[in-house]
Ligand binder design. Structure first.
Ligand SMILES: Cc1cc2nc3c(=O)[nH]c(=O)nc-3n(C[C@H](O)[C@H](O)[C@H](O)COP(=O)(O)OP(=O)(O)OC[C@H]3O[C@@H](n4cnc5c(N)ncnc54)[C@H](O)[C@@H]3O)c2cc1C
Length: 275
């Protein structure tokens, strides 16, 4: 089926108008690194394409919290000194060519084991701003996903911004892949740990990639840390709990069994990096 209409609106309202008219018939094109290969290979044949490239979503602002427009490129995000966890995670995505085109908003929709930036965003308690013609709502990234390639975004909504609260505590990121660059994760782990002056953990975030159908928090692993110091024992307990709750998958990179084991190994390493 030929593409009948290609829209590249110059405002968010213009983009929302297109979405209001065509709903899920419109294929959304942000950086295009995921969808263009599908179009080129005729694996998807959209009648209507909505490009977000000119819609004014390539923005960044910091005012206590940090707000990043959905079409901000991963290269730009990787250069954010104020958000080292997200910048580190983003730096390891694909190659320069991919990062120069791919967007932060698009990464939130990337199926596992992609979605490295989304894993870091989870550990940072990020919120998704979903907007339609009637207004916007904020959804915690933690409750955004509902299944493989499924989110709570409604057909007439766009992700316009990602809001990241001021980072509290220490953070660390680790991506285990077959090689250093341009390789999808076997597993990835982002962690953020807040302690009181005595070193007792008051807040813990452990976010995992490659460990479920979408980026997830290892909440049982996090719970193992609360009220304790970051010691060899608490780290081992958190790593084992994270492994037990992980529900990974098998693909050409790794088996489900191996991924589960690697969750424990890399949660341990990431927490040791914070210690
Ligand atoms: C060679 C290669 C290597 C890669 N390596 C990695 C890697 O190491 N790690 C990793 O995490 N990913 C990787 N990826 C996956 C992917 O390219 C990135 O995750 C990228 O961030 C996707 O963003 P995009 O802007 O290109 O998305 P697009 O392809 O433009 O969009 C994909 C889909 O996401 C949805 N979408 C995008 N933006 C919005 C929005 N604002 N509102 C609503 N829906 C939206 C739409 O459904 C859209 O069709 C790789 C891809 C390639 C081709």
């Amino acid at each position: 089926m030929p593409i009948e209409k290609f829209f590249a609106p110059e405002t968010i309202d213009g983009a929302l108008d297109v979405l209001d008219e065509y709903g899920s018939d419109a294929l959304i094109l942000a950086g295009g690194t995921m969808v263009m290969p599908l179009v080129n290979e005729a694996l998807t044949s959209p009648r209507v394409i909505l490009s977000l490239q000119r819609a004014g979503l390539n923005t960044m602002s910091a005012n206590g919290q940090i707000e990043i427009g959905a079409t901000t490129t991963l290269t730009r995000v990787s250069q954010m000194n104020k958000l080292s966890l997200l910048a580190n995670a983003t730096r390891g995505i694909g190659s320069w060519a991919i990062r120069n085109m791919a967007t932060l908003g698009g990464n939130v929709f990337a199926p596992p084991p992609s979605g490295d930036a989304a894993v870091a965003l989870l550990a940072l308690d990020a919120q998704i701003v979903a907007q339609n013609k009637n207004g916007e709502r904020r959804v915690a990234l933690d409750s955004f996903y509902s299944g493989l390639l499924q989110t709570n975004l409604r057909p007439n909504e766009l992700v316009t911004r990602i809001v990241i609260p001021k980072t509290r505590g220490k953070t660390a990121w680790i991506k285990y892949a077959r090689r250093e660059a341009n390789a999808p994760a076997i597993v990835s782990v982002a962690a953020r740990i807040v302690t009181d002056p005595e070193g007792v953990i008051t807040e813990a975030r452990i976010a995992l990639g490659g460990a479920n159908d979408f980026p997830v928090r290892a909440k049982k692993g996090e719970a193992e840390l609360i009220g304790r110091g970051l010691s060899a024992e608490s780290i081992a307990d958190a790593a084992n709990a994270a492994m037990d709750e992980a529900k990974p998958f098998s693909d050409a990179l790794a088996s489900e069994w191996y991924r589960k084991k690697m969750v424990a190994v890399y949660v341990k390493r990431v927490l040791e990096g914070i210690k």
